[in-house]
Design a protein. Structure first.
Length: 319
């Protein structure tokens, strides 16, 4: 048991987190101040929420590159609704989640019944969603949120930002879903071997529809948090954000080909990327270099994962 823990990907990412924290604490005295820690938790809440959803998608061997576009559409819809009606937090989440569900369903129908690869479908819908929202808004920013929505970012529960607790709540629910439910076991089985999943009676079409709708739902929830953190919504919000989401999932140990990984690993991956990005900001590294670092992290994580799998296969062959 102990050997399995020490050799797990989650344990390795946890060690990296501790290492980065120690290094940055020695280099920058402001790194572990309460204000900077709160800033890290808040700014990475949306990344965390959406990475949890992407974890489930990638576990099935799929991918959704339209997630940032769904976030943008849902954010605009929530912002317009909140400003025009005054609404409340619960209605904002309901509107955001509903929008995300519909767009996730649209993706799943093309993937399942059109039999088109997920990467192609979501690339196409990404363009459709972004183009549509730019047309509807004329490219104008949406501002003037009610006070309760603008102050959402500052709310804390048990000393932690509400946005971060929403991330942890979604991570907990998703982790329990994967570990203790039938559909969770089906997700792993389908991602591990689609043909075998069909043979044992898994209804793969329903499963895929559920997965992409769940991803859309999570994007909708994240859109409410996103608007509150940003204080405004722009139609081209979160362009390129899908890169960071995939990076967090892969760094956390989820196999990009599907079938293995955990929500805990993704949570650790999110925090690792958050610490790295924060460290780059404190070190006054130009913003565009952050994308370079994220890209390198993805390549390194996938390379390490491939090498580990080759080593395991070699050991099994010898045994």
């Amino acid at each position: 048991m102990m050997k399995r823990l020490l050799t797990s990907r989650e344990f390795g990412v946890a060690l990296l987190l501790i290492l980065v924290t120690l290094i940055m604490t020695m280099i920058t005295p402001n790194f572990l101040t309460s204000s900077n820690v709160m800033n890290i938790l808040i700014t990475n809440s949306v990344l965390g929420i959406m990475s949890v959803g992407m974890t489930i998608v990638i576990l099935t061997g799929g991918i959704d590159v339209s997630v940032a576009a769904i976030l943008a559409v849902s954010s605009v819809l929530v912002a317009k609704y909140v400003i025009s009606t005054g609404a409340n937090l619960y209605m904002a989440f309901l509107v955001g989640a509903g929008c995300g569900l519909v767009l996730g369903l649209l993706n799943s129908l093309f993937i399942v019944y059109g039999k088109i690869p997920a990467i192609i479908v979501t690339l196409g819908t990404m363009g459709i969603f972004r183009g549509t929202i730019l047309q509807v808004t004329n490219g104008e920013w949406i501002v003037g949120f009610p006070a309760w929505y603008s102050n959402l970012n500052a709310q804390k529960v048990v000393g932690l930002p509400l946005s971060f607790l929403i991330f942890l709540g979604i991570a907990l629910i998703s982790g329990l879903l994967l570990r203790y439910t039938r559909i969770g076991r089906q997700i792993y089985a389908f991602g591990g071997n689609e043909e075998s999943a069909v043979r044992i009676g898994i209804r793969v079409k329903r499963l895929q529809i559920f997965v992409y709708m769940y991803m859309g739902l999570i994007c909708g929830v994240a859109s409410v948090v996103y608007g509150a953190i940003q204080g405004s919504v722009q139609p081209n919000a979160a362009v390129g954000f899908e890169l960071s989401i995939v990076a967090a999932v892969v760094v956390g140990g989820v196999n990009i080909m599907g079938g293995s990984g955990s929500v805990l690993g993704t949570v650790l991956g999110v925090m690792f990327l958050g610490l790295v990005n924060n460290a780059l900001v404190l070190a006054h590294v130009e913003t565009y270099w952050q994308n370079v670092v994220v890209g390198m992290v993805i390549l390194l994580a996938i390379t390490v994962d491939v090498l580990n799998r080759k080593v395991k296969l070699t050991r099994r062959a010898r045994a």
